[in-house]
Ligand binder design. Structure first.
Ligand SMILES: *[C@@H]1O[C@H](CO)[C@@H](O)[C@H](O)[C@H]1NC(C)=O
Ligand SMILES: *[C@@H]1O[C@H](CO)[C@@H](O)[C@H](O)[C@H]1NC(C)=O
Ligand SMILES: *[C@@H]1O[C@H](CO)[C@@H](O)[C@H](O)[C@H]1NC(C)=O
Ligand SMILES: *[C@@H]1O[C@H](CO)[C@@H](O)[C@H](O)[C@H]1NC(C)=O
Length: 387
């Protein structure tokens, strides 16, 4: 009896130790688990089961006077006549930073070359760069003194040559990206309201301009309105981990999930949507600094939902292949390769190789092998192979 009792105690001790071990592992890993699994489970169920986010609009609404503080920065560089007297198919804003002159030059001589677009594609597309002011001592611009005046002079010189910088007097930082978003919609409203579409893109995005133009011409000829298209995030949870670049405190956003939004790397809206977003920004609290999420809040406030297009990439880089070039719209993360990619993607051979029954069958097979992998590929989805 006594021996038995000791055995049970020993057995219980082992159980207790195991429980403690499991518990401490869970406690140590809880944050990871919470960030990656639980917050997503919560946000997806919230997005799909619970509600339609109607209260977000209300909780972000502030007075016009208060909202003006997000848009009243004076312009330091501007081109009020950029769109005058022209039938502009697309106004394309590239979100750039003062130091990224090389990226801007690469865009100007590849996919963003306005005269190429006019001559080769027969439409007017205006490509402009949205900038804030350089934070002091930021590397990238070669001002040996590191002074802000010197940076600004360099920007002015660049702008005299290219005439495409739109700069407002706010610090160009990650946490001011929403101010840059507001700049774009306000600039369109006052300077280019007749453009049929507005696109916003990062300066490391590759835009397949011929494909995009023919898509937009098609949309325009069908009189499409209410368009907001890109790579859509549905049911994304706010990141509560303070180490993350995308950290958002509870006070700034209280719910389990963001409203649907398109990845900020590149998306397009039609003129009517651009105007409604402009109107919405006049009464919304824009202190939520993640610009694409803020765009989701604007979409929520105006009752417009984003649409998915399989050939808009979010964070991902498209595979290099003729069959991809035939249909791609945007691809993210291109800096050094942009010249080569532009040459390859617009080569006349792309169309030759991908048309006809044989070409189409070949491309479907190639795209399946490139995009339909059992593990997560951060590029176009598998269904793009059949598009
Ligand atoms: C833009 O394209 C035109 C041809 O249409 C070319 O003459 C010009 O050099 C290009 N611009 C740049 C900056 O590469
Ligand atoms: C945003 O820009 C304003 C105006 O220049 C500046 O006062 C503020 O510090 C900037 N905010 C961030 C987070 O950089
Ligand atoms: C806007 O929201 C922030 C929190 O995200 C808050 O601190 C601020 O007071 C709000 N502004 C107005 C005018 O209500
Ligand atoms: C959002 O709020 C504004 C003003 O508070 C209101 O005019 C608008 O109808 C609301 N939008 C939706 C989709 O409920």
């Amino acid at each position: 009896m006594f021996v038995n009792f000791r055995r049970i105690r020993k057995w219980q001790f082992v159980q207790l130790m195991t429980a403690c071990l499991v518990l401490s592992v869970v406690m140590v890993c809880w944050e990871q688990l919470d960030n990656h699994v639980i917050s997503h489970a919560k946000s997806y169920s919230y997005r799909y089961l619970v509600n339609r986010f109607t209260y977000i609009n209300k909780s972000f609404t502030i007075s016009r006077e208060q909202a003006r503080s997000f848009s009243s920065f004076p312009y330091l560089l501007d081109h009020p006549d950029k769109c005058v007297d022209k039938d502009v198919l697309l106004l394309l804003f590239v979100k750039s930073s003062p130091g990224n002159i090389e990226r801007r030059n690469a865009i100007r001589s590849t996919w963003g070359n306005e005269s190429y677009i006019q001559n080769a594609l027969g439409v007017t597309v205006k490509v402009v760069f949205a900038l804030g002011t350089p934070p002091a001592k930021k590397a990238g611009l070669s001002c040996s003194t590191g002074s802000r005046v010197c940076f600004q002079e360099q920007l002015a010189r660049e702008d005299r040559l290219s005439g495409d910088l739109i700069q407002q007097d706010f610090l160009d930082t990650f946490h001011n990206l929403t101010l840059k978003l507001i700049l774009q919609f306000h600039w369109m409203h006052s300077r280019c309201a007749h453009a049929r579409f507005l696109m916003t893109a990062d300066d490391d995005v590759f835009v397949h301009m011929p494909n995009l133009v023919s898509y937009l011409q098609d949309m325009s000829s069908r009189g499409v309105t209410g368009l907001w298209v890109g790579r859509v995030h549905r049911g994304a949870p706010p990141i509560r981990s303070k180490d993350s670049k995308y950290y958002v405190p509870f006070e700034m956003y209280q719910w389990f999930s963001y409203p649907d939004y398109t990845a900020g790397a590149g998306y397009v809206v039609s003129r009517d949507v651009a105007d409604k977003v402009y109107q919405a920004t006049l009464t919304l609290n824009a202190s939520l600094y993640i610009d694409d999420v803020f765009m989701g809040i604007c979409g929520n406030a105006i009752g417009v939902s984003p649409q998915e297009h399989v050939y808009f990439s979010g964070e991902g880089k498209a595979p290099y292949h003729t069959c991809i070039y035939d249909q791609m719209m945007t691809s993210h993360g291109h800096v050094e390769d942009i010249y080569d990619l532009w040459k390859a993607a617009t080569h006349p051979q792309v169309k030759q190789k991908t048309t006809g029954l044989i070409g189409r069958l070949y491309c479907t097979a190639v795209k399946m092998s490139l995009l339909c992998k059992p593990y997560y590929l951060n590029t176009y989805p598998c269904k793009a192979a059949f598009f």
